[in-house]
Design a protein around this ligand. Sequence first.
Ligand SMILES: Cc1cc2nc3c(=O)[nH]c(=O)nc-3n(C[C@H](O)[C@H](O)[C@H](O)COP(=O)(O)O)c2cc1C
Length: 185
Amino acid sequence: MKISIISTSVRIGRKSHWLALYFKKYIEDNKLADVRILDLMEYKFPLFDERLKFQETPDAKTKEFASEIVNSDGVIFVTPEYNGGYPASLKNAIDLLHAEWKRKPISLVSVSSGMFGGAQVTTSLLFTLWKIGAWVVPSPFPVPKVAENFNEKGEALDKEDADKRAKIFMDELLWYMEAGNRMKN
Ligand SMILES: Cc1cc2nc3c(=O)[nH]c(=O)nc-3n(C[C@H](O)[C@H](O)[C@H](O)COP(=O)(O)O)c2cc1C
């Protein structure tokens, strides 16, 4: 099975990316799935003026991003909390696609420097993901005070505690991925 982790902050000095690194390593170390990070900072997408299926000459990187989503059994969104919402870079990527998201198991990692771990991001993302027909896994991974809990290498300062939470989070995502695949067969 294949998991894509979308790292959505394109901010210089971003910290939520540390969680994308953490989950990539956790998934690899525990041999849970094939995993790759789709880094919106690396894609450097423009602000799209149309959805992919209506673009006349879509960029190769845009098409590659879409096929990564289609070929993923599950997706993890790693999103920072910006003013109680999610970043424009993520909305840009969500609105680019439509059928590609349908019934796709999506798990949410929300990251903030504040003490609530981006709880408001989850609320605002849930509605959008429901509207596009994604299958949101009801087991979020909120990360408060990110700099006090993780480092730039993607290491958790309290590994035992983080791995315990990651297991619960991943068990749920894997269940949805398997259930989704059974319905395809
Ligand atoms: C435009 C902007 C708005 C932000 N709003 C919030 C917020 O509402 N609540 C909060 O806890 N942190 C907020 N932060 C801090 C981020 O949570 C913090 O930068 C964190 O590291 C995740 O974002 P990053 O991946 O871009 O670093 C904000 C940061 C920016 C750049």
